[in-house]
Design a protein around this ligand. Structure first.
Ligand code: GLU
Length: 503
């Protein structure tokens, strides 16, 4: 059995059961994907179960749309769940909004055992209590005044129409938190106030529902971001008061941007949205590899991990304690690596949806030609979406001539442009006349012309490339010429000549 540096056993249960518990209040972000991946890898590594529980008690902010977006993102990543979400399982329901009666029963138990109480303080009163606590420099703000209300006081609050919250009584002894990544600590009870576990509208709060569900669903390990670290002692206190089994905890470090700020939806917008990467043509394998390395490492050297290698090597003991930086350049590098790993037929299948999305394919398009285009592009793709700007001219002549390219290769002066026109006019005649339109014939004919007329090969090639594509970069010119075909080439050169004459 693996041990962390603190000697805590990572998995000593019969069956590992872990969960991801997203709140469906937005898209799945990189941090959420990382939580999902670490849990999934941990489950797979130990032959356990990965559950997807939906924390949707915040009915005002939770939406079905967000829930489905989270499913789609996880499905795309291939992080399949054994129970929960839309598939159910032995501890159903897995949507917290459908589990209210379970929470209510636990709250009754807490109230009856004297471990929880009704709090009738109004928001204004709570603000005053908080201000006083601040002035007195107390580590917690609520003073527990409703713990011992007389029945007369309760009656008069009820008569006033006040709706109570329910608060858990925090213990007065330290709470020990054992964390498989961060080690053990004792939390001073003076820093913990009696937490609201049920709001005045009757809806239970996260700390209550989370630990009840973790116990009810037999979760053995809670692996989540360090932003929940402060919640853990509260959840342990609630579990102790209810006599529930307490799972092991592992808090994984924050994901930071390059300036050390926590990566968040609020500050980084859709830069952190997983689906955005899918839409832009990042491969699942690249994403998983990238996300795995946000906080986890195998050794100092290895960067490329296949999914099966991740399952084999993943271990909480090798998750760092400090934040990890989101480096888009690294993701791009990994993505081009995985794109280049695909053979040309797989790569063609992968880019077809992007051509379709851009409206470039029609039903007559021949797959062999598409494969040849992808072959011509070679290893130039960082994302699958790059295929669109890099190959648009193969499908349409609606492109602009790039100003910089035109200036450099067609010429800035009238004299230079006249020379370019002459070269293109000659190339037009040559390409009209070649007996066949294959790479070898075209190449031989063009070199014959340049060499016999003392024209620099690169000058002729670039002039023609811009005439056919609008740009000075891209695949081999002879691939472009033959892939466009004679008819198209013979149309595009005259169009370029007109453009050149316009100056
Ligand atoms: N719903 C919480 C969140 O999305 C779950 C936290 C947890 O894993 O306990 O952050």
């Amino acid at each position: 059995m693996n041990e962390t540096p603190d000697g805590l056993n990572v998995a000593e249960t019969d069956e590992v059961r872990v969960r991801m518990a997203p709140s469906p209040t937005g898209f799945l972000h990189i941090g959420g994907a990382r939580t999902a991946l670490f849990n999934w890898l941990f489950a797979k590594h130990y032959n356990g179960k990965f559950l997807l529980r939906i924390d949707d008690t915040d009915t005002a902010r939770s939406t079905d749309e967000s829930m489905h977006e989270i499913y789609t993102a996880l499905e795309w990543l291939g992080l399949d769940w054994d129970e929960g979400g839309n598939i159910g399982g032995p501890y159903a329901p897995y949507l917290q909004s459908e589990r209210k009666s379970i929470y209510d029963a636990h709250v009754t138990q807490l109230l009856e055992s004297g471990n929880a109480y009704h709090c009738y303080c109004t928001p204004e009163e709570l603000e005053e209590i908080r201000a006083q606590a601040r002035a007195d420099k107390l580590p917690r703000s609520y003073d527990g005044r409703c713990r011992h209300l007389s029945s007369d006081a309760v009656d008069s609050f009820v008569a006033e129409g006040r709706k109570p919250t329910v608060r858990i009584k925090m213990p007065d002894t330290p709470i020990r938190v054992d964390d498989l990544i961060l080690g053990s600590r004792n939390i001073d009870p003076a820093t913990l106030e009696d937490e609201v576990i049920v709001r005045s509208n009757g809806m239970p709060n996260y700390n209550l529902t989370s630990i009840i569900d973790d116990a009810e669903m037999r979760i053995t390990h809670v692996i989540r971001g360090t932003e929940h670290l402060n919640n853990t002692p509260k959840q342990i206190a609630i579990a102790n008061a209810l006599g529930l089994e307490i799972p092991k905890f592992a808090h994984i470090p924050l994901v930071l941007d390059s300036s050390g700020r926590k990566l968040s939806k609020r500050h980084h917008g859709d830069l952190v949205a997983v689906n955005r990467y899918r839409e832009q043509g990042y491969l699942r394998e690249a994403m998983l590899n990238f996300v795995a390395r946000l906080g986890w490492s195998y050794d100092d050297k290895q960067e490329i991990f296949s999914v099966s290698e991740l399952i084999e090597k993943f271990d909480l003991a090798r998750v760092g304690k400090s934040g990890s930086v989101f480096d888009i350049k690294k993701l791009e590098w990994l993505n081009s690596h995985y794109i280049n790993q695909l053979d040309v037929s797989e790569r063609t299948d992968a880019v077809i949806p992007f051509w379709e999305e851009a409206g470039l394919l029609d039903s007559t398009e021949d797959r062999d030609r598409l494969i040849r285009i992808v072959e011509a592009v070679g290893e130039r793709l960082t994302t699958l979406q790059d295929i669109v700007p890099q190959t648009r001219y193969f499908f349409t002549d609606e492109f602009e001539y790039e100003t910089k390219a035109v200036k450099k290769w067609w010429g800035g002066s009238e004299e230079k442009r006249d020379k370019t026109s002459e070269i293109l006019t000659n190339l037009l005649q040559i390409l009209e006349a070649v007996p066949s339109f294959d790479v070898e014939t075209v190449e031989t004919a063009i070199w014959k012309y340049t060499d016999e007329n003392d024209i620099k090969r690169v000058a002729a090639m670039q002039a023609l490339r811009i005439a056919l594509t609008g740009t000075s970069f891209g695949p081999s010119l002879f691939d472009i010429v033959t892939l466009l075909g004679r008819d198209e080439v013979l149309k595009r050169i005259p169009r370029a000549l007109t453009e050149l004459q316009r100056g």
